[in-house]
Design a protein around this ligand. Structure first.
Ligand code: G3I
Length: 445
């Protein structure tokens, strides 16, 4: 019984100790403030907002240019603020910032609020290529579209060009032993004169094979010799000018992932791919070599077949530097996660990513007769999503984000699908659409 009384007495003393030491002026425990969205965002400032906290006498605000708060904005590290908002200024335009806030009462300080992120406004007059520091922003050209407004827009906004069709085999090698460099030389010279990067597209593609090759009359060995001579002649001609080539384009069938039964496959088997990469590397030790294909973010079977081939190239030490995803997509397809997952397959192999032929259908179901404001903004959102995804890639894996056309009425999609659409960044008068600003905003770090 005595022991029991002692225990009760000890518990009572402990409780008294706690209650006595907590005097009437106890510092209240402060809740972390609820950080709210910023307001009044300009190129160089914003207003940080938060909700008040019971018993808070003031607040301290942290603003940083990185989410881990390792690079505080000058003057905004534990800045004491009496109210529940404050202006944050002297910031850089088109830049992401992060803020968090704590409540203060005397010596007591709450834990951090959640982190709020924002991006300051893009300066008026910004252009796409100013915002792409570690990769090219590209578009396509045709040799008869390199003057006037085409020239003006290409050189104001873009840092890279791709020949839409005039650097394919059916154009450069129209008959056996007879090359036609007219258009390809004009485009390469234009790129050099205007200090534009030029991506070579495409050495081997079943859809741009001249008839004499489709109906090649020689032996398989003679076919291979012809193809080697073609690849080496073209790559050598533009060595030091063309920085990258789509060596092979679209070698696999949709859905099944089997090899397309192209004349290249018929004559050389699957080895045509590795041999074309080898020949291109022998012709130019510095040029970046890509495999390029479409529906890579939506056709898992085909993508698996592509990367089985890529892994074979890598394991056999055949030079390949990157993979091009054409990105002929729609405002509502594929989902962002599908694009991220598909792109991860390239990153996992530490290869370069080229979003090579980006256009985004605003009218995939042919149920729109005009580009409504609502659909235009949906298109902007998707362009921004793609630009953000590409911008977020590691620099070592970046090469270019290439838009497959300038103005809507020039898009291949209109003929291919046979109905109206508005898939590009400019309207038919070369005026920037919402989609253009989607890319601009998405390129901001
Ligand atoms: O410009 C000439 C014109 O002068 C001539 O009168 C007319 C008829 O012969 O042809 C015109 O050239 C056409 C060119 O597009 C410009 O419109 C070519 O015949 C035609 O073959 C060419 O089609 C191109 C197609 O690839 C085949 O090379 C498309 O523009 C181009 O957008 C398309 O792009 C492909 C990528 O290379 C690979 N990924 C798929 C993508 C879409 O098919």
């Amino acid at each position: 019984m005595a022991l029991f009384k002692n225990i009760i007495g000890l518990i009572f003393l402990l409780l008294m100790q706690v209650s006595c030491s907590s005097d009437d002026n106890a510092t209240p425990s402060l809740s972390a403030p609820l950080a709210l969205n910023p307001s009044d965002i300009t190129q160089n400032s914003f207003v940080a907002n938060w909700a008040g906290v019971k018993d808070a006498q003031s607040y301290v605000l942290d603003v940083s240019s990185d989410i881990d708060f390792t690079s505080f904005v000058e003057g905004y590290q534990a800045l004491s603020v009496n109210g529940i908002y404050t202006v944050v200024d002297n910031l850089s335009p088109s830049t992401s910032y992060y803020y968090r806030v704590r409540a203060v009462n005397g010596t007591a300080e709450s834990s951090n609020s959640m982190v709020i992120s924002l991006t300051t406004e893009i300066p008026d007059g910004s252009v796409l290529k100013e915002l792409t520091q570690d990769f090219f922003i590209g578009t396509i050209v045709q040799s008869n579209r390199m003057t006037g407004m085409h020239h003006e827009v290409i050189n104001r906004e873009f840092s890279s060009i791709t020949a839409e069709y005039e650097m394919k085999m059916n154009i450069m090698y129209p008959s056996e032993g007879v090359y036609d460099w007219t258009a390809s030389d004009a485009i390469v010279n234009y790129a050099v004169e205007n200090k534009l990067n030029i991506h070579g597209h495409a050495l081997v593609w079943h859809n741009a094979t001249p008839n004499w090759v489709e109906n090649f009359s020689g032996t398989d060995a003679e076919f291979e010799t012809m193809l080697e001579e073609y690849v080496k002649t073209v790559v050598t001609r533009y060595k030091g000018k063309i920085t990258s080539w789509d060596v092979v384009n679209e070698a696999f069938n949709d859905g099944s992932g089997t090899y397309r039964n192209s004349v290249f496959y018929q004559r050389m088997g699957a080895s045509f791919i590795s041999k074309c990469f080898q020949w291109a590397r022998e012709a130019d030790p510095d040029v970046l070599l890509f495999y390029n294909d479409y529906n890579m973010c939506s056709d898992q079977t085909k993508r698996d077949a592509v990367f089985s081939m890529v892994d074979d190239l890598i394991s056999n030490s055949v030079a390949i530097d990157g993979v091009g995803y054409q990105m002929h997509i729609a405002y509502n397809w594929p989902a962002k996660k599908d694009i991220q997952d598909a792109t991860q397959d390239i990153l996992d192999r530490n290869l370069k990513v080229h979003y090579a032929e980006l256009d985004i259908r605003a009218n995939p179901n042919n149920d729109q007769s005009t580009l409504t404001d609502a659909r235009s903004l949906e298109l902007k959102t998707k362009y921004k999503e793609i630009a953000e995804l590409y911008t977020a890639l590691p620099t070592v894996n970046k090469y270019a984000l290439t838009i497959w056309g300038l103005k809507d009425n020039e898009s291949w999609l209109l003929d291919f699908h046979g109905h109206i659409d508005w898939p590009l960044l400019y309207n038919n008068n070369f005026e920037e659409k919402d989609a253009y600003y989607g890319v601009l905003e998405g390129l901001v770090k």
